[in-house]
Design a protein around this ligand. Sequence first.
Ligand SMILES: NC(=O)c1ccc[n+]([C@@H]2O[C@H](COP(=O)([O-])OP(=O)(O)OC[C@H]3O[C@@H](n4cnc5c(N)ncnc54)[C@H](O)[C@@H]3O)[C@@H](O)[C@H]2O)c1
Ligand SMILES: O=C(O)C(=O)C[C@@H](O)[C@H](O)[C@H](O)COP(=O)(O)O
Ligand SMILES: [Zn+2]
Length: 372
Amino acid sequence: MPAEILERVFVDLADRSYTISIGSDLIPSFAELASDHLQSDRLFIITDENVAPHYLSPLLESCAAAHLHVETVILPAGEQTKSFSQYESLINRLLSYKPSRKDCLVALGGGVIGDLVGYVASSLLRGLPFIQVPTTLLSQVDSSVGGKTGINTKYGKNLVGAFYQPEAVFIDINSLSTLPARETLAGYAEVVKYGLINDETFFSWLEENGPSLLKGDKDLMAQAISKSCQSKAQVVSEDEREGGKRALLNLGHTFGHAIEAACGYDGTLLHGEGVSIGMCLAFEASVHLGLCPQEEADRVARHLKACGMMTRAADVPHTLEADTLVNNMAQDKKIEAGEIVFVLAEGIGKSLLVKGPDSQIIKTTIMRSLKA
Ligand SMILES: NC(=O)c1ccc[n+]([C@@H]2O[C@H](COP(=O)([O-])OP(=O)(O)OC[C@H]3O[C@@H](n4cnc5c(N)ncnc54)[C@H](O)[C@@H]3O)[C@@H](O)[C@H]2O)c1
Ligand SMILES: O=C(O)C(=O)C[C@@H](O)[C@H](O)[C@H](O)COP(=O)(O)O
Ligand SMILES: [Zn+2]
């Protein structure tokens, strides 16, 4: 089947600008689509053990047809791959192939592969071009766009990394057909996030269409992916390095990352699941701080729950302590003069940054969410 591009979204970043192409059958046509972005005929495709059996062959076949020279690296799947040890081993493996600065890395996979490969691209030989081919819903709507790359450390999520933009992003929505339902749901949390941040109309659309989209309606899914990419591209174009409004894309993440760290990155809690609970906590905290009406927080939790998402810390299949979560939150990157800048909300579509809100209210909100 020839590639069908449904939409192109431009990320406007001066000399680092690029296009996100969204469509069907883009992976089997990768080499043709990517040809304008390649500076040499040598590519390094990095993927994981779950993605490779489905999508590596069509990608390799398209590269062979275009007479490209390709080396392939298949990494273990899962969050633990975003680590110092995998970073070092990938760097060494790539160096063994004697890469040049014009060769291109291709991240074929979810956010784990995209974040790791992007960071390797930013640092190997002081920077090589890379292309994102995201294959999870989460990576198609969020992580492949915007240039946040990095790995986790024992102190927390994404604490080592770089802002480093890809040359292009190719979103093949057909790849979602093999994604496990739990992963689709986790990605959906980041879709809902865009509505909650600044687009109540989109949130209402999701209330109406989210359940059908999650059941496999491809047309609705494509619309949600386009809308999410447009939203993210807009924010990133205005604030690439999170000097201000980009921090709103972190709605739910201060809480979510703290819960993820407490669970140990072993698959007990997926990133999107932490974000779902974290967004509910952000809205509940906003209610207790007198910023947001209770009905708005209830509406957020109701929608996420109706879709089958986790909405409370008590839903996590791991024993969590409020003190551990508060302690983990102290590693958040949005800290200014010793105070965490929280993403809170005055209502749906009305998010805002609040520096150092009452810490007792934050802790009480967490404790309530931990009660079954
Ligand atoms: N850089 C950013 O802006 C940004 C944004 C959001 C999230 N993230 C990061 O992204 C990561 C989460 O990404 P994710 O949710 O994509 O997880 P992931 O990369 O671990 O992928 C989820 C699982 O699905 C499998 N998989 C991927 N594509 C598949 C497909 N098409 N069919 C079958 N299986 C498939 C993977 O092997 C893995 O087991 C987290 O580390 C998070 O911190 C980064
Ligand atoms: O692109 C952004 O900016 C985001 O915050 C998107 C988030 O969904 C993503 O999880 C990101 O990796 C979080 O970044 P961090 O700076 O909080 O580590
Ligand atoms: Zn996220």
